[in-house]
Ligand binder design. Structure first.
Ligand code: GAL
Ligand code: ZN
Length: 663
């Protein structure tokens, strides 16, 4: 497509006389695309059926004169007040049974038929109007689907839809009673019509019902997106359709949603104001990009890349010189073909008046603008060449929404968080400059030398079979605590000791366990003492050998981590949460055992990542610190962008191409 840098632009927030200046400054900065209109329904339809697209057409055309293309957002994350006045039932109901009202955004129920009708009218008109516009290239449906819809909506429309979803899934109410284990606390139903949305209870909730609810909500959001995607596909066959995801967010199964889209987009705010730290650690950002790449197994767009200090009511840290560029190129290094900065100019009004952009309130180009300009001028030409390329990691970490849902419903330990575990396993590979893919549990694993499958909590016979085959054929697999605990309906397994049938490939049984509430423990590993956290599986060896033993608890001296040869492969079982030092050393051992290759070595805060295409391989070296850093590459590469080989200035990004790389 040849489009690599852009900005999120809101011309409707500024006087018409300013637009031309914006377009000129954008062009000079190297902006090739803008995203517009995803929150401007009222401006486009101030009264039912009275469409005003002319201002938007004018903006699209003006930008077009400066060589800038447009991605249009459908504005359905913020229905205007006149819609709410006409159909107040569109406003969602929360778990407390309270109505959530107009005045922010996302004040909509996604199953509501009246709302769907408004969307159909509006999106039809908008897509028809822009279908043949030469400067429009694609669409973003809605905005961050699932954002703010965490425990929404409990209204009657959603209830009816949930009942139908359950009836389709279970056919008979007896089957539902069985799957949900309603014999407990007298929760049996005589008919689907008795099942409600999960409004707040007096106490407790049914974990099986909650798992279905979360899956239902995800399906509802996908259906809501499809409602619009179908209209746009029909009217705009020349345009792409995408959506801006939120990294690992779990409100909607992003793999499912991806099926509707031409490619996935992402939003990332490393220094968001909600963070406790000044910014999110780089390995978590890297993991987020890797999972985004995995949702469709192809390159993606960054639709919102942080370009300034974040802030709603309070503000985050200012971005240091170079930091924005390092984060932007980190996105590219992990598979982004385009980076769109949020936002062009800091808004003077509304909730986000402190969410800073490339330009400040004054609109004068300053430090951030100059930095962005340097970035685009250095990298656009290279991105033209490696567009469409992908990394080829030898390591995969399994990621699955249902595991995440089940562990959110019952975290087992108050601080156990599924995505947090993925981050912990990811970090040593990141630190060792070893690229990682995220894969779904049922994906083909055979191309990976090492597969890490943390918290395989919900288990099915198919999945047991899948992992067993991977190992039998020579795969190296890591399984962890809380594996094989439940069946697909979120009911505890009873036919064998944990981890169920996978105990055969692990060569162990786990008849007991201990939850480390408000305490930690330690293990002996490779002659040293290491901290462990949250959980201790008490393991009986059934053929495996212990590679770490507990030093604490009544099970002191028993295995904490085991290794087992199974047919042509090896399985490690980690019966606890390793502290950071243990995780580092344990993964270093697995890296050696599986023969996985590192891209190089470097000082702290330096990241390495590759992309490959047509037998060519590019390597990115990124300094995420404000200090000079040194590094060394494994292999022979030619420097394409960068000042000095092996040395990085603060926040410098260097680009290399492998010499004589052949497949
Ligand atoms: C994103 C959202 C944008 C804007 C930004 C800053 O979540 O998509 O519309 O709100 O955050 O808050
Ligand atoms: Zn609803």
């Amino acid at each position: 497509m040849g489009i690599h840098f852009g900005v999120d632009y809101y011309p409707e927030h500024w006087p018409r006389e300013r637009w031309e200046t914006d377009a000129r400054l954008m062009q000079e900065m190297g902006v090739q695309v803008v995203r517009m209109a995803e929150f401007s329904w009222f401006k486009m339809e101030p009264r039912e059926g009275e469409f005003h697209f002319e201002w938007l057409e004018e903006a699209v055309a003006l930008l077009g004169n400066y060589g800038i293309k447009t991605v249009l957002g459908t504005p359905t994350a913020a229905p205007p007040a006149w819609i709410i006045e006409r159909n107040p039932e569109i406003q969602p109901i929360d778990r407390q049974g309270r109505r959530r009202h107009f005045g922010g955004r996302h004040h909509d129920c996604q199953s509501n038929a009246a709302y769907r009708a408004h969307i159909k009218r509006f999106v039809t008109a908008m897509s028809q109007r822009f279908a043949d516009n030469p400067n429009v290239i694609g669409w973003q449906i809605d905005n961050e689907l699932g954002n703010s819809h965490g425990d929404l909506c409990m209204c009657d429309s959603c209830k009816a839809r949930f009942q139908k979803w359950l009836a389709d899934k279970y056919q008979t109410v007896e089957a539902l009673n069985d799957a949900w284990g309603t014999a407990f606390w007298s929760q049996g139903y005589n008919s689907f019509s008795q099942v409600s949305t999960p409004l707040i209870t007096a106490v407790g909730e049914n974990p099986s019902a909650m798992l279905d609810w979360k899956c239902f909500c995800s399906d509802l959001i996908v259906d809501f997106a499809k409602w619009q995607a179908d209209i746009i596909r029909e009217n705009c066959p020349k345009h792409f359709i995408t959506h801006n995801y939120m990294c690992f967010d779990d409100k909607v199964n992003y793999y499912d949603l991806g099926e509707l889209l031409d490619f996935v987009s992402n939003d990332i705010y490393p220094a968001g104001h909600w963070q406790k730290q000044p910014h999110q650690p780089e390995h978590e950002l890297a993991a987020s990009h890797d999972v985004i790449r995995s949702y469709k197994k192809k390159p993606f767009w960054m639709m919102e890349q942080q370009s300034g200090m974040a802030g709603w009511e309070i503000m985050g840290r200012a971005l240091e010189p170079g930091q924005m560029s390092a984060w932007a190129m980190q996105s590219v290094a992990h598979g982004a073909d385009a980076v769109v900065f949020f936002r062009w100019r800091t808004c003077a009004m509304g909730t986000e008046q402190y969410w800073h952009g490339i330009l400040g309130h004054s609109g004068n180009p300053g430090r951030t603008y100059e930095e962005a300009k340097t970035l685009t001028h250095r990298f656009t030409k290279h991105m033209d060449v490696f567009e469409g390329s992908m990394p080829k990691p030898e390591v995969a970490i399994v990621h699955n929404f249902r595991q995440n849902y089940a562990l959110r419903i019952q975290p087992n330990h108050p601080e156990l968080w599924y995505v947090g575990q993925l981050y912990q396993y990811y970090k040593p590979f990141y630190d060792n400059k070893i690229p990682v893919d995220f894969v779904q549990d049922t994906d083909d694993l055979s191309q990976y030398k090492l597969v890490i499958a943390p918290l395989q909590y919900l288990m099915t016979p198919e999945l047991e079979q899948h992992y067993t085959e991977y190992v039998a054929n020579g795969g190296k697999l890591v399984l962890t605590m809380r594996t094989g605990v439940k069946d697909a309906a979120n009911i505890c397994m009873t036919d064998r000791e944990l981890p169920g049938k996978l105990g055969d490939i692990c060569g162990i049984e786990v008849p007991e366990y201990d939850c480390l509430l408000q305490t930690t423990g330690s293990v002996l590993y490779d002659g040293g003492t290491y901290e462990i956290r949250k959980w201790c599986d008490i393991i009986d060896l059934k053929g495996a050998r212990a590679i770490a033993e507990y030093q604490t608890g009544f099970y002191k001296g028993t295995p904490a981590i085991t290794e087992n040869a199974y047919e042509k492969g090896t399985v490690w079982y980690v019966g606890t949460e390793p502290g950071e030092a243990l995780m580092t050393d344990l993964m270093a051992y697995l890296i050696r055992q599986s023969g996985v290759q590192a891209l190089g070595t470097a000082d702290a805060g330096v990241e390495m990542m590759t992309r490959e295409k047509d037998g060519r391989r590019w390597l990115f070296v990124i300094n995420h610190t404000g200090e000079k850093q040194n590094y060394r590459l494994n292999g022979t590469y030619t420097l394409l962008e960068g000042e000095r080989e092996g040395i990085l200035n603060p926040y410098e990004v260097q680009l290399w191409e492998q010499a004589g790389k052949t497949e």
